[in-house]
Design a protein around this ligand. Structure first.
Ligand code: 13P
Length: 309
């Protein structure tokens, strides 16, 4: 019906009324990515938020991503459409366990993946994302022992890439990436022998060994765009398909399913919706709050990461 107001129109109207910007991770539904002022991986979202003039930032992703944005934009209102959009990696790493490790091993440099709680970040020496983890670990003097947390697969990948021997790794994992099976990737390769393979570093080692490229969600999009190949097998959350198809017109993308859900969608990421996005802009809730003493401590390792890369 011509002239009918859609939910997209309403979101755009409220975005203007609130002087808000909308940031989306690549794992969001295509309609959310299309509405967003910027789409990025974890590093780009954390970095990019303060380049906008606005009063409100809505982070369409999971909660730890919104917390990172709040950390760097403390004076702004930061919203996440669903406050319960969590992350299995965050859940795998309680702050009390990290504090206990620190007491027993005071000489270790604690390198924490962004997929951690604010309390864990506050206990950490430096942070990293999937895009910069190798660079961050390489920036630490070779004689200093490291605890890398919480992702076991990313940790093992970084250990192999850096050749670092004195690096302990936490045992956490992503419920989606960790259950991509090498067996399924091998069959996909047999089915599409012409395709190159791009995988996220949270995948198991046997998957990563078969990959032509390993990188963050954003790096996968830019890598596929620069390759001459026309077909790719992607071992990542399927939300990335939208940006891949936009950046690589005419190329074909085959996704393999993870064992945990027989799909490749992160259930936490998909808790956000257009309806919740509209409601949070109208109500200015749920807001991200970080206690001042945690913020002060968490900013130190975040600042170190941003200075390295
Ligand atoms: P990137 O945004 O760094 O690709 O990682 C997303 C993520 O959290 C995967 O679980």
């Amino acid at each position: 019906m011509p002239g009918a107001t859609t939910i997209i129109d309403e979101i755009l109207e409220w975005r203007t009324r609130r002087r808000a910007i909308i940031l989306a991770h690549y794992y969001q539904d295509p309609e959310i990515q299309e509405l967003a002022d910027a789409v990025g991986d974890v590093l780009e979202l954390a970095r990019g938020a303060n380049t906008f003039e606005c009063e409100v930032i809505v982070l369409c992703g999971v909660r730890f991503m919104a917390e990172a944005v709040k950390l760097l934009n403390f004076q702004k209102t930061v919203l996440v459409p669903d406050a319960y959009a969590g992350c299995s990696l965050v859940d795998s790493c309680p702050a009390a366990a990290v504090r206990a490790f620190r007491r027993r091993n005071p000489e270790h440099v604690i390198v924490s993946y962004m997929n951690t709680s604010m309390e864990v970040k506050a206990e950490s020496d430096i942070l990293c994302t999937s895009q910069n983890a190798v660079t961050i670990v390489n920036s630490i003097p070779a004689n200093e022992p490291i605890l890398f947390l919480p992702d076991i697969n990313l940790g093992n990948y970084v250990k192999a890439r850096t050749g670092r021997k004195n690096m302990q790794i936490w045992q956490g994992a992503c419920i989606i990436h960790a259950t991509f099976a090498g067996r399924r990737l091998a069959s996909a390769r047999a089915e599409h022998p012409e395709a190159l393979v791009a995988a996220h570093p949270e995948c198991p080692a046997d998957v990563l060994r078969m990959a032509d490229f390993v990188g963050s969600s954003s790096s996968i999009v830019s890598w596929c765009a620069t390759q001459e190949a026309n077909a790719f097998i992607i071992v990542d959350e399927s939300g990335v398909r939208h940006s891949l198809e936009k950046s690589c017109p005419g190329k074909g993308f085959f996704f393999i399913n993870s064992e945990s859900c027989n799909c490749c969608e992160c259930p936490y990421m998909r808790m956000n919706s257009l309806e919740k996005l509209l409601t949070c802009l109208k109500n200015l809730e749920p807001q991200i709050e970080i206690e001042a003493h945690i913020r002060r401590r968490a900013l130190v390792p975040l600042g170190r990461m941003l200075r390295v890369q």
